[in-house]
Design a protein around this ligand. Structure first.
Ligand SMILES: [Fe+2]
Ligand SMILES: [Fe+2]
Length: 254
């Protein structure tokens, strides 16, 4: 399914064809946020994880509003990126994490059509969401492990898709995002087992192994950010992380 060519045939129709005023407003955004939350509940997402998801989605939305306002985004581009942020992880509560971009795009499109929005807008949002997984980084590695080395996520094709992608990974560098990753790492069985192994191998505590792993992942995300304004913001956040963990950083190359 994911290998479908997201290229010439069905991608180039997007943002430039949407001109003029936005067709959604803050009321629609709030309604969609509620629909996403309800969708998580139907999937049986636990209360704690649901809280994480909601905070994350809100953070991505706030970032895209900030950076698309600072940049030269047209009204409709801003609209697409905001809607994409609200809806990008809607499928995260479903079983197959690796396909939550693909699946999420479909669900997002359906939701927008359901509340009466145009099919061009709904398809544009879908395309941005399909491309939010990233060609490199953790999800891409997981997907390759599962589906083979040839497996590739479609990469963002426009500044709108790129903005969503970068604001999504930027959340890992905020103090709440970083703490969340650390917390999740300490409750995930596979991560715990990996950290135990690392601790034994490197003669460090399990706690330190978890911290190093999250630091490495944050650094990787930081390096993937390219849009100038986002990068500038990320520089600051990465510096704060370095200061916070200055005592442990010299013991390991991050
Ligand atoms: Fe995601
Ligand atoms: Fe996300």
């Amino acid at each position: 399914m994911i290998k479908r060519k997201v290229g010439k045939n069905n991608i180039d129709f997007n943002e430039p064809f949407l001109t003029g005023e936005m067709e959604t407003n803050e009321k629609d955004w709030a309604l969609l946020e509620k629909m996403v939350e309800d969708f998580y509940k139907v999937q049986g997402v636990s209360k704690k994880i649901l809280e994480h998801f909601v905070i994350h989605n809100k953070q991505v939305k706030d970032f895209v509003i900030k950076f698309s306002s600072e940049g030269n985004f047209k009204k409709r581009e801003k609209e697409i990126v905001i809607l994409s942020a609200i809806l990008h992880d809607v499928a995260k509560g479903l079983e197959n994490f690796e396909l939550h971009g693909e699946k999420g795009g479909e669900i997002a499109e359906e939701m927008l059509l359901k509340i009466g929005k145009s099919s061009l807008l709904a398809q544009s949002v879908r395309m941005a969401i399909i491309r939010h997984m990233g060609e490199e980084g953790y999800p891409a590695r997981m997907a390759k492990k599962k589906y083979g080395d040839d497996f590739k996520y479609p990469k963002p094709a426009t500044i709108v898709g790129q903005m969503l992608y970068e604001c999504d990974i930027l959340t890992q560098l905020t103090s709440s995002g970083f703490d969340k990753l650390l917390h999740l790492r300490k409750i995930n069985e596979k991560d715990i087992a990996d950290d135990k192994k690392t601790a034994l191998r490197e003669n460090i505590t399990q706690e330190e192994a978890a911290l190093f792993s999250v630091l490495e992942s944050a650094k990787e995300s930081y390096n993937l950010i390219k849009i100038r304004s986002v990068k500038k913001f990320a520089d600051d956040l990465w510096q704060k992380i370095q200061i916070k963990y200055i005592n442990v950083l010299p013991t390991r190359k991050i």
